[in-house]
Ligand binder design. Structure first.
Ligand SMILES: N[C@@H](CCC(=O)N[C@@H](CS)C(=O)NCC(=O)O)C(=O)O
Length: 210
């Protein structure tokens, strides 16, 4: 059985969790509490020496780090990976962009604004820098989505899931969705795709099933 190590509320952890739900892939979820530092515990470091989540263990025991690499592994052979060579390269291009230009800024701004709001004041100048940097990436994404429904012309794919992880919670990073009408429309479209489950359900349905 595939095992996903993840923490609650994380856009990066949400990505492999969502793709497995959308593809009907059974998996075991192991929750790691990063606020308690469980990702640096000796037991977890034996599983993933990098000490971060998400982390995926495949049926063969292969361990995969990096949420976007997990999407490529999990969606192999499905409709979520385009068949066309150019579109596969385009998907990869955008997924690198997501990790370089958006995730490193939306994620910490959101962390110190919404997840640990007691540190918001102390980190105010960092948050402003992260928000500015995120706005540049969002501006580019907005222009890209202005004339299409999804990241790729052929339809919904892992490139959408990669961006959705953090972009759909940009307001929790103190940014405004009103500034990005094409992104807003795309967020709604992704939320209506088959088998979609919201981030707030990560860990909830698994708890009920246990
Ligand atoms: N680029 C990585 C980011 C992994 C990452 O930084 N994960 C965060 C949670 S979203 C984490 O584990 N933070 C705790 C730490 O760095 O100790 C991915 O996409 O999987």
């Amino acid at each position: 059985m595939i095992k996903l190590y993840a923490c609650l509320g994380s856009g990066n952890c949400f990505k492999p969790w969502l793709v497995m739900h959308q593809l009907g892939q059974p998996f075991e979820l192991n929750l790691i509490d990063v606020l308690k530092g469980e990702q640096k515990s000796p037991g977890y470091l034996e599983i993933n020496p990098l000490g971060v989540v998400p982390y995926l263990e495949t049926e063969t025991g292969l361990g995969i780090g990096e949420s976007n690499a997990m999407l490529w592994y999990l969606a192999e052979g499905s409709h979520l990976i385009p068949e066309d060579r150019t579109e596969r390269a385009e998907a990869m291009q955008w997924m690198f962009f997501e990790q370089a230009k958006l995730e490193p800024f939306i994620s910490p701004a959101r962390f110190f604004t919404t997840i640990l709001p007691e540190q918001k004041q102390a980190r105010a100048s960092d948050i402003a820098i992260w928000q500015d940097a995120a706005e540049s990436g969002l501006f580019r994404l907005e222009a890209h989505l202005a004339d299409r429904d999804y990241m790729l012309f052929s339809g919904y794919s892992i490139a959408d899931i990669a961006f959705f992880g953090y972009v759909h919670v940009l307001e929790e990073a103190g940014l405004s969705m009103i500034d990005y009408p094409a992104i807003h429309r795309w967020v709604d479209a992704v939320s209506e795709t088959k088998g979609f489950r919201p981030l707030k359900e990560l860990g909830q349905s698994e708890k009920k099933a246990a």
